[in-house]
Design a protein around this ligand. Structure first.
Ligand SMILES: Nc1ncnc2c1ncn2[C@@H]1O[C@H](COP(=O)(O)OP(=O)(O)OP(=O)(O)O)[C@@H](O)[C@H]1O
Ligand SMILES: [Mg+2]
Length: 261
């Protein structure tokens, strides 16, 4: 059975796409593993980072998308899914930049959130891991991802309100566990983009006081090479100046993989 992992937090900019993308590279490096990425974010950044690309005459990237779009997973009718093959070895169900069809999913009836799980149930059997990059708001898409998942990973950034943000996403996860998806397992919270400031240390202590059981052991500090690797769509361990970032990221990815089994 495929492990279907959502990278979820209704807060924006916490590292969902970064960790999802690096996890995809990490797993796909193992040629024995079949990996599928589903880009549930209208921004489509994960799709452009993974898809085959070439340069136009002006040196700009041109992305070569093919196969099923994520928006189609929210349809009720029969769907023959075709995933795109990515150069780094994984498959992708993609979202073109600012896909209006995926944005419109939020206007559809609530039951729409159950459709991706129905469509993916059969298709996911072709894979060992399915990684879902979730959007930064609570709506049909995020719920749709969580209903379809076996596991959820929640990246967070520390701030004065770290604990509030954590409560919101944990409430969402528990809501889905109690209703549409009793199998959903919380892998844990990944503390990301941390620095040594007093406010981060204080927020960290607050988190350990309030939700110690759900925090992953490893965490990722503020590491500019990780930002570079993500924007370029490459593994952070492929950069020759990102050793510390690579070590931290790989420790988190290995911990997630171990917990998921
Ligand atoms: N540990 C880190 N060190 C430095 N930069 C980071 C780190 N983690 C993430 N970033 C950068 O922070 C920005 C937000 O990260 P990312 O896009 O992964 O967040 P997100 O949760 O997917 O955002 P959104 O909610 O918009 O989808 C990106 O520019 C990313 O490269
Ligand atoms: Mg994102």
């Amino acid at each position: 059975m495929a492990k279907i992992l959502s990278f979820a937090n209704q807060k924006g900019g916490v590292g969902k796409s970064t960790i999802c993308l690096q996890m995809a590279f990490y797993l796909a490096e193992n040629k024995d593993l079949r990996v599928l990425v589903v880009d549930m974010d209208v921004q489509g950044n994960t799709s452009s980072r993974l898809a085959p690309r070439s340069k136009d005459d002006n040196g700009n990237n041109v992305y070569h998308y093919s196969g099923t779009r994520t928006a189609e997973l929210f349809g009720a009718g029969k769907l023959k899914i075709q995933a795109m093959k990515c150069p780094a070895g994984m498959d992708l169900i993609h979202t073109p930049r600012n896909d209006p069809d995926l944005a419109e999913v939020e206007e559809l009836p609530l039951e729409t959130a159950e459709n991706p799980a129905k469509h993916l149930a059969e298709f996911a059997k072709n894979y060992d891991y399915v990684l879902i990059d979730c959007p930064p708001s609570l709506g049909r898409k995020l719920v749709g991802a969580l209903v379809a998942s076996t596991h959820v990973v929640c990246p967070i950034k520390l701030s004065g309100f770290a604990v509030d943000g954590v409560e919101d996403i944990l409430t969402t996860v528990i809501g889905v566990q109690q209703t549409a998806n009793k199998q959903l397992e919380l892998v844990g919270i990944v503390i990301n983009d941390m620095d040594r400031s007093q406010s981060h240390e204080k927020a960290l202590k607050q988190l350990y006081d309030s939700v110690p059981d759900v925090l992953l052991e490893n965490r990722i500090m503020h590491r500019p090479p990780l930002d570079t690797a993500t924007s370029e769509g490459v593994p952070v361990w492929s950069l020759n100046y990102g050793h510390v970032a690579a070590r931290e990221v790989k420790a988190v990815l290995a911990e997630i993989q171990k917990k998921v089994g």
